[in-house]
Every structure is written in structure tokens, then in C-alpha cells.
Design a protein around this ligand. Sequence first.
Ligand SMILES: Nc1ncnc2c1ncn2[C@@H]1O[C@H](COP(=O)(O)OP(=O)(O)OP(=O)(O)O)[C@@H](O)[C@H]1O
Ligand SMILES: [Mg+2]
Length: 497
Amino acid sequence: MSKLAATNIVHFKNLNKDQLEAIYQISEHLNKSSATESLINDALDWAVEIVSAERGLFVKCVDGDKEFEIVAARNVNKENISDLSGFSSGILHKVITERKAQLFHDAQSDPQVSKFNSIQIQQIKSVIGVPIIQNDEPWGVILVDSVINRKSFTKENLIFLNFFANLVSLSLDKILNIEILLKEKLLLENELENLQPVPTMIGNSKVMQNLFKLIHKVAKTDATVLILGESGTGKDLVARAIHELSNRKSNPFLAQFCGSIPDNLLESELFGYKKGAFTGANSDKKGLLEVANNGTFFLDEIADISNPLQAKLLRVLENKEIIPLGDTQVRKINVRILAATNKELKKLVDEEKFREDLYYRLNVFPIKVPPLRDRGSDILLLANYFIKEISPEKINISSDAVKKIMDYDWPGNVRQLYNVIQRALILVDENKITSEHIIWDDDPKEAKFTGTLKEVEVRLLKERLNKYDGNRTLAAKSLGVSVRWVQLKIKEYELEQ
Ligand SMILES: Nc1ncnc2c1ncn2[C@@H]1O[C@H](COP(=O)(O)OP(=O)(O)OP(=O)(O)O)[C@@H](O)[C@H]1O
Ligand SMILES: [Mg+2]
């Protein structure tokens, strides 16, 4: 039998019927506590109540048993006391060193404690201190006192409070152990998260490791995520990974490409329609947003959505509801929204091409997928990964090919790397990819600077005008020339659409 249990039995025999009843209630209550803080506060309230004390203090031992920290305190009005100086630290030390409950009836004249300054200054008449034990070591002390001319505590009070303190010790032991385990669990989960890659994505570089961490973190929430990044960087993979790592993983993941699709078609895909809503609507059709209920919906290339559809999507994000075409009934949906674009969405907002309110609704948690050129040796890692994926044979990459791959800036990112490797594997003959096998046929940089001056000018101008959606001022700025120069060249080369 443990020391604590043995002490309890001795004290138990000395309790009367009312006290046993009270102990029963207290133990039930303490057993329900699930956090240290609430247990401590409840215990102190009970202790003050049980002996009708004027003040109560719950202290925790710091640095072994040398110092004390107040964890809860009550004066007569159950208000908090913030300072330990008004209490007898001498008595606290005595309870701790002797590890047993102490009662001083007449503190003023008791030779053991009257020497303590606080007893005199605070005019303390009666004090009871009981130790709280955890793992057979003193964890803290509950101290209750009464000042001069008030009630004096009795031996019975001491027995009862001691029994009570043992119950608190047992509950505290249980809760602290659970709290330690929970903390360890959180730490381990966090460690695992940091170690755990995103299963479908290759990358050891710092930027990719940071991306994986973000994906793991955000996946656990229901937050709307805006996935940004150049074309071919892996935005689709990120969206899928967020779903796969989320609590919604056993529910549907649906994606809709929103770029260059006629508005009415996109709308009926997303929201569905009622029979007769338009010519050809021969039966009711559920929208994809509704089909994805309880799952995740990925709006790919969100920047291309028309203004009226943007307004409808805003409603989905704000109220989680949809109205199918031709219907009057609002339908509630529970869908987590992910969106992606390779455009600068904020810029489109500034140019009033994208609704600002929708932008802020989508931009709750932005994730930027880094371009391949910023991923260092991941380029080679990915190249070898794709070789293994495509070719049944073992194929190496020569050092000159490695250099060529590493020196390139990959405007088409991972998708382009995949294509280049695929091409190289068709051309390779001796199980070794050399620099001649690495061909960027769609390399805009190399192509840009071949041909006559006129051809180069036309290519560059077209590219910049496309990039800035025909905005001549921005195209001129990016080329370092005047708007007038751009206008003249457009006219000269007949580039007007
Ligand atoms: N880290 C990665 N590991 C393995 N494969 C990758 C990785 N990133 C991208 N890929 C592959 O590269 C290709 C392009 O990726 P994805 O379609 O996700 O790009 P994206 O950013 O959505 O491009 P876009 O803007 O053009 O839609 C896919 O085949 C994808 O599987
Ligand atoms: Mg994509």
C-alpha cells in the first residue's frame, strides 16, 4: 500500500458522517477536473470553505522546495492575492520540510511560529498548512489562516483538510501525468510534421521544406487557401496534398479549371441547375460544389472568373450556400475552398479586374509555391525522379548535362523539366543523358534572340504586351522604352489586334 493510501485510511477513520458526505462530494468534483488550473482553484475554494478560513493560498514549490510561487490565492472575499509577503513563508517551509499537515492554534504565542515576522505583522491567529504531494515529492502547499480575534482552527479541521489535501494530491497526480502525455503527444506530432514530407511532392530544398510545413499546418484547418506560383510549379499537387492531409480526406476532392470556360457553362458546373432553367436543361443537375459536400473544392485558375461569377463565389465563401440556376431555394454546403492562380491576383484587384472582397476572402491563407530555379539541387533530384518514373532502365546524367540543367532558369518550372527529361529519354542511346539530349525547344529566351532585329523586336513586344494584357504603359516600362516607342512599333509592325 502506498504511503498516501495508508495516511488516508488513518484519517478516514476519524471523519464524522457530515465530513464523509462532504468528502464524497469533493472527491466526485475533483475527479471531474481535467486541467491543473481548474483543479487548483476549485481545491482552494473548497479548503477555504471547509474550515471557514479568512484567507487561502495555494503555492507551488519552485527550485526543489526553496522558493514558492503563488498559483491561486483567496482572501475573505475570494479575491485574488498577488503577493506572498503577507503570508508566513516560515510555515510554508515547515510544511514542506516535514511533509505533513501543520496546525497552529494560537500562532501569536506558539513558540514554533510566533518568531516568524509575518505572524506578528499580519496578526495571524490560526494557520493550517497541508502539503500537496506529487510522485512522492512535495509539489506545493495549501495554506489557510484566520487573523486575530477570529475563529481558531481545530484538530478536526486539520484532519479533514489533510484528508482533503491527499485527495487533491491524487487528482493532481492524475491530471499532471495526463498533461505531460498530451504535451509530449503535441511535440511528437509537431516533430513528425516537420520531418514528414508531402507524400506526392519531391523536394529537399529549404524553400520546399518550408512549403511542406505550411501545407501540413494549414491542412488541419478549414481555412480557405490561395495557392500562388508560376505555371508548372506544382499548385495542383499542393491542393491535393492539403486535402489528403486534412480531416476531409475520406470525403470528395473536386477541382474545376476556371480558365477560358464560357461563363454559363462554368456556372452550371459549379452551382448546378433545375430542370427547365435554360434550353437543354432536361433534368435537375447537382453542381460540383454540392457534390463536394463535406469535402474540398479546388478552384483552379481563379483569376479568369468573370465578375458576376466572382459575386456568386463570394456568397459561397461568406455564407457557405449556393443557389442552382433556375432555383429559388438556397442550399447550405459544407465545403472547404482552395483556389490557385499563376497570375498576380493583387495586381488584378488594383486594376479592378478582380473583386477586392473576393480576393480577401480567398487570401485567408496564401501559399506561394516557389519557382523551380529557386530550389537548387531539387532540380536534379526531380530530374532523376522523373527518369525513374519514365524509364524502366537505369539512366544516368552526365556532368555536362547536369551543368546545363542546373544553369537553366526553367520558366516552365517542374512541368517543363518533366518534358525535357521525357525528350532526353527518347534521344538517349547509351544509358547516359548528355548535354545534347537536353533540348529546350520552347525556350523563349534562346528563341527571343535569334533572327533579324525586326523579328527580335516583334517577339519581345508581343510577349510583353501579352504579359501585361495589352497595357502599353506597363509593356513600355518593362522594356525600358517610352510608350510612344511602343505605339510606333505596334503601328510599324502592324501588331494591332
Ligand atoms: N514537387 C514536385 N514533385 C513531383 N512532381 C511535381 C512537383 N511539382 C510539380 N510536379 C509535377 O509537375 C507537373 C506540373 O504541376 P502542376 O500541374 O501541379 O503545376 P501548376 O502549378 O498547377 O501549373 P499551372 O499553373 O500551369 O496550372 C505535374 O505533372 C506535377 O505532377
Ligand atoms: Mg494547375
